[in-house]
Structures are given as structure tokens and as C-alpha cells.
Design a protein around this ligand. Structure first.
Ligand SMILES: Cc1ncc(COP(=O)(O)O)c(C=O)c1O
Length: 432
């Protein structure tokens, strides 16, 4: 067996992992298999990626065919057909006039690209003083320097220097009075006015954009209070601030409609996506921008000039585009988002049944997303880690952040799969 000393795992306690490795060797549908051949339920769509379940043959076949046809082509000053096709499909799926698409390779790159587009846009309008970003405590926007600066997670920022200057963090949307609420809570809409507070304190003319996940995902499924996102939209409109929705998790049916922007009826100026765009089969992300933003940037650039000095070697990689096209085709042909919307009430009902377990101190959920807070022991995260290990041993793979368990079953799950997840949680959580 090759040495296991060389691989440095991301976001993992590597030394503990080495003593008790959790290794997955195969995936199909809603299941994984470990090294010993045991079957495990996938409770988190991989990492919010595999919305259609694992190893859909159509996606693999589309990637292989594209590889044989055109494996790579340079994305700067050249293009290939699948990039146009995928941008077109995405533009059709996105709300409003969010129809100019910039391709990247991950959620982190999507966020940093969106920030640069916002700055570039204000500059094009002669409003280049707008350089601040307003974001939120307990937000997660990836790990590149822009996204890390926006993130409201202490561990992710500590040790990495000052980051982007001028980032302002609003309070998160956890409200005690909304504990154990499925869907949007009735309390806390006024938290959106934190943005107004920053406008008053720093001047709207210094703020480029407000960046939020419509539902904060990685920090534990923090569902916005009713009216919160539309209030943010109002404040942004009043003060010329762009509204950016980071839909890396909420995009592609997770909330029951194509995007959380559709579900909550709020049209942002920019949407970032990744993960389920290719069903997790190959890395890819995208930034969708309202037409007027693109046009403003284009018009400010002399004819023949490059409008946006930004891009990645693997932007619109042909094989990733093929995976994206195949994934979006399945979403359309199988009405995947509608199916997710139908399953969501059952999922939430079953997950909220766990509220009687003494170790459980809060549950939140929306669509096919749920967060379960465990009562922390004296050591923050200890109970969460134990939960992850014991659930793995019981045949369930989920995501844990500190002492919060996160569930995001595939959109194609059935009731039996949801039952399997909840039964394993019910058996394991009281033992922690
Ligand atoms: C909302 C959000 N933004 C950005 C990212 C970063 O994506 P990636 O890990 O693909 O860089 C994530 C990852 O979970 C995310 O949830």
C-alpha cells in the first residue's frame, strides 16, 4: 500500500485522521462504500455537489466525448462551442437579466471574481471610491483572499494577515426566538438594517457591494428571517450598492426552485455558483452578472480593448462545460428542482423530529438543507467531531462544522433515503 504520509488533507485534523482514517472508495447513486466494503448513505450530496446522486452515466459519457473531441483549448482570446452553450443554458435558468456568465473553477474563484467585477463596474461608472464590501458574521465565501476576508469565521481568517481592507461584517441571522423553526423565522428582519448602519457610518459612496449567502450554508444553515433579503435589496437600491448572492450551495434547486433568488423573490445583481453546476463531477464555478453591469463595463472600455483583466487557465474548460451541460439537461428533463420541492416538507418534518434528543439545542432548515446544533461540551467542536466519527461508523456521511451537523441530501433522494439518514441520527446522537 502506498504511504499515507504525503497527502495533506484540507480542513481536516490530519494527525487524528491518520489514526482513524475515513476513506471512501466508491460512490453510486445515494451511497458511498468504504475500504472495508461497507455501504454508507450520503447525507450531504458529497459536499453539496452531487445533487443528482453519484456517477450519473450521462455526465461521465458527455465528459468522455468532449475529451475525445477537444480536450483543452486556451480560454483567452479563443473559445470553444461548449462554453457558449453552457453560458446560454445557464442564462436561461437564471432569474431576471442575470445573463452574462464568467466561468471559473470553484466557489472561491467565483466569489473573488464577483468582487473584482463589482469594483470594475463602479470604476466604469466613475464611482471608483466604492471599494468596501459589506458581508456577514458566520458567512462562508471560500478560501481565496477575497472570500476569506469576507468570511465571518474566525478560524478561517486567523494567521492570514489583514486580508482585503474595508470589509464590514453585519450580524448573523441567528435569532433566539427563531430556534427550532423550519423555514424562515418570523423574528429578526431588522438585522438587515445593519447594512444601513454601515451606510450611515461609512457613507454609501464608499460601499461597492453587499455579499451574502441567501442561506448561510457551511456555518450551519442559517435561514434568513422573513423579509430580510428583500430589505437588503431595498437598502442596496436606495444607496447604489450592488447585491451579490453567493449561491454556491443554494443554487440549482437546493431551496426548491432553481436559485434561492427565485425562492425568496429577490433579484441580486450578481450570483456566484459552483458545486452542483457539474454535479460535482469536475471542478467548475461561474459568476452570473446582470446585463447592464456587463454593458457598463464594456462601454467604458475603448473598442478593441480587454474589458476585464481577469481569467483562469481553466476558465470554461471544455470537459467541465460538457459536465455542466449534461447536468443542466438532466435537471430540466427530470424536473429535478420540482422533485426537490416536493420532498422538502417530508425531509424537514423528519429532521425536526430529532428535537426531543437532549443533545440537540437547535434545528434549522429550508428546502433540502438542515442544520442541527449539538450542545457543545467544554471543548468546542468535540461533540461534533465525535458525531461525525460515530455516524460514519453507523453508515452515514454528513458534514460537521464545530458542533453543528449539516444535512443536504441529493435532490433526487426518496423518502426511504431520508428515513435512513434520520434513523442513523436518532440512534447515534443520544450516545454523544
Ligand atoms: C457559499 C459558498 N461560497 C464559496 C464556497 C467555496 O467554494 P469552493 O470550495 O468550491 O472554493 C463555498 C464552499 O462551500 C460556499 O459554500
Amino acid at each position: 500500500m502506498p504511504s499515507r504520509d504525503h497527502y495533506w488533507l484540507p480542513f481536516t485534523p490530519n494527525r487524528s485522521f491518520a489514526k482513524q482514517p475515513q476513506i471512501l472508495v466508491r460512490a453510486e447513486g445515494l451511497r458511498y462504500w468504504n475500504e472495508q466494503g461497507d455501504e454508507l448513505l450520503d447525507g450531504c450530496s458529497g459536499l453539496f455537489c452531487s445533487a443528482l446522486g453519484h456517477a450519473r452515466p450521462e455526465i461521465g459519457e458527455a465528459m468522455a466525448a468532449q475529451y475525445r473531441q477537444l480536450d483543452f483549448s486556451p480560454p483567452f482570446r479563443f473559445a470553444q462551442p461548449a462554453a457558449f452553450e453552457l453560458a446560454d443554458d445557464l442564462a436561461q435558468a437564471l432569474p431576471g437579466d442575470l445573463d452574462r456568465i464568467f466561468f471559473v473553477n470553484s466557489g472561491s474563484e467565483a466569489v473573488d471574481t464577483a468582487l473584482k467585477i463589482a469594483l470594475r463596474y463602479h470604476h466604469a461608472r466613475g464611482d471608483g471610491e466604492r471599494q468596501r464590501f459589506v458581508t456577514r458574521d458566520r458567512g462562508y465565501h471560500g478560501v481565496n483572499f477575497g472570500g476569506v476576508s469576507l468570511s465571518g469565521m474566525g478560524n478561517n481568517r486567523e494567521f492570514f494577515g489583514p486580508g482585503l481592507p474595508g470589509v464590514l461584517h453585519k450580524r448573523n441571522t441567528l435569532v433566539e426566538a427563531n430556534r427550532f423553526t423550519a423555514g424562515e423565522g418570523e423574528h429578526g428582519v431588522e438585522l438587515a438594517d445593519d447594512l444601513l448602519g454601515f451606510v450611515e457610518a461609512h457613507g454609501a459612496e464608499s460601499i461597492a457591494a453587499c455579499v451574502v449567502e441567501p442561506i448561510a450554508g457551511s456555518t450551519g444553515i442559517l435561514v434568513p428571517p422573513r423579509g430580510y433579503l428583500s430589505r437588503l435589496r431595498e437598502i442596496c437600491d436606495e444607496h447604489g450598492i450592488l447585491l451579490i448572492f453567493d449561491e454556491v450551495i443554494t443554487g440549482f434547486g437546493r431551496t426548491g426552485k432553481a436559485f434561492a433568488a427565485d425562492t425568496f423573490g429577490v433579484l441580486p445583481d450578481i450570483i456566484t455558483v459552483a458545486k452542483a453546476l457539474t454535479n460535482g463531477a469536475i471542478p467548475m464555478g461561474a459568476v452570473a452578472v446582470r446585463r447592464g453591469i456587463y454593458e457598463t463595463i464594456a462601454k467604458s472600455t475603448p473598442e478593441g480593448g480587454i474589458e476585464f483583466f481577469h481569467g483562469y487557465t481553466y476558465s470554461a474548460h471544455p470537459v467541465a462545460c460538457a459536465a455542466g451541460l449534461a447536468t443542466l439537461k438532466i435537471f430540466r428533463e427530470e424536473s429535478t428542482f420540482e422533485r426537490a420541492a416536493e420532498l422538502a416538507p417530508y425531509f424537514l418534518e423528519r429532521v425536526f423530529e430529532l428535537e426531543d434528543i437532549p443533545q440537540v439545542v437547535d434545528i434549522r432548515g429550508f428546502g433540502l438543507l438542515a442544520g442541527i446544533d449539538l450542545d457543545p461540551t467544554e471543548v468546542m467542536g468535540e461533540r461534533g467531531s465525535k458525531a461525525l466519527e460515530r455516524l460514519f461508523a453507523s453508515g452515514l456521511v454528513i458534514r460537521v462544522t464545530n458542533d453543528t451537523l449539516i444535512l443536504a441530501p441529493a435532490l433526487v433522494s426518496d423518502r426511504e433515503h431520508i428515513d435512513g439518514i434520520v434513523d442513523r441520527l436518532r440512534a447515534t446522537l443520544p450516545t454523544l
